[in-house]
Ligand binder design. Structure first.
Ligand SMILES: [Zn+2]
Length: 133
């Protein structure tokens, strides 16, 4: 999958650093609230369920889910971005729905997927989901 085009990736910040650090080891994590157990993505300053900001951590996630919606982008969002590519909403096994990249362009809603990784030059990695199995 390393031939997939990679977009400009935002730098890690205080909220997302833990998530990005895990990607360096190809570990998919999800921000989890130690107070109420809520799982959320992308990482946020507070738990969107209970409002707590003092016990958020990055729990190991299965990296599996299913396709909720997908589309193929044929028109580059800006010059220099290679097309076509597929973006999708993936419903993760842990519950959150994430907007992410999907490998290939022939999908069905509900199809099982698993995370894979595209390594970035700075050591981080981008999740790209592909068929599970
Ligand atoms: Zn909470």
């Amino acid at each position: 999958m390393n031939d997939l085009p990679v977009f400009a990736v935002p730098p890690a910040d205080d909220v997302t650093a833990g998530w990005w650090d895990a990607t360096r080891e190809h570990r998919y994590t999800l921000q989890t609230c130690g107070g109420c157990g809520h799982v959320q993505h992308p990482p946020r300053v507070v738990c969107i369920h209970c409002g707590s900001d003092d016990d958020l951590w990055f729990a190991p996630a299965s990296g599996s889910g299913e396709v909720d919606a997908w589309t193929v982008v044929h028109r580059p969002p800006r010059p220099g971005v290679a097309v076509p590519y597929t973006i999708a909403r993936i419903r993760l096994a842990e519950g959150p729905i994430v907007l992410t990249r999907l490998d290939g362009d022939d999908w069905r809603i509900g199809e099982p997927v698993r995370v894979g990784w595209v390594d970035l030059d700075d050591g981080r990695a981008l999740p790209v989901f592909h068929r599970d199995g």
